[in-house]
Design a protein. Sequence first.
Length: 321
Amino acid sequence: MIFPMELFNNGIIGVNLDQTSLKSEDKTILIIGQARAGTTMLATLLNEIGIHIGANFGPVHEDNDLGKHVAQLNASIVPEIFLEEIKNRNHSYQKWAWKRPDMYLYLAQLLPLLRNPQVVCILRDAVSISRRNEISLNQEAGVSQSINNKVAEALEEQRKLIEAVENCSVPALLLSYEKIITKPKDFLLGFLEFVGVNKSEASISKLLSIITPNHTGYSLRARTNEYVSNNGHACIVGVFDGILFGMVNHDSKIEKDSFAEIRIDGVVVKREVIISSSQHGVFKFKVDLKKDLTRKSHQVALYAPFLNTSFENSPYMWFKD
């Protein structure tokens, strides 16, 4: 007998889910996939639910401390300092995660070094990946490579990722970005169960706000023109000369000093929010972030507690001129 729900494609393939290590509270979660296919979204979700993804990570949520050893790992060299970093994380956290899209290249040698590893791999359709690479890498469409070559490269990388997941000896999830976007709650509940987080402990609505297709803030670079909101509820206008500008529709119930939660690279910061104007039910505000923008790039995010969702155009990707 076939149950009706078994006829629906949820875009999730589980591998080795019968292993006892899946139920362990002590685990290491590895996020792999194609660049610009949703790995940052997965790492953002893990960070939001309190799973450590690194103390020193940048706007795309990659651990800069572990990332220093990638070249050696790719060359089949395991530095002692890398093993010490792993030992420190195991000592400090029951669950911790490492997001690195190209980790599939050295996944087989990495897995034995980790405590109860689990793998999450996300893929996106090859045409979308090819186009996203053009945008993110500032390529002119069709200039450096033929369409056939670009899509073929994306498909070949997908083949290698799938092969790495199939050959791994640990619990793993293979995810479709497109299905995540179309059925986000179904994905989220399965994802939380896989990483061992009690659903009642997580704010589902807040987590769902992170699952956004073609996130404007992810794609944008520092620029001189302002972003115009599509819905007008709450948005980041931009970050110019170290000052974040934003706007939010409001009513008399909103406290002027508590309508926005500010995060820099995933870390909540307390900064003064200055209302520059308030008319016709709209706050226009600014926040001085000069002392926070210390690297070449940062992810700036705002969350609106009164709307129970992220600001539009958040997270905003700031890049130094």
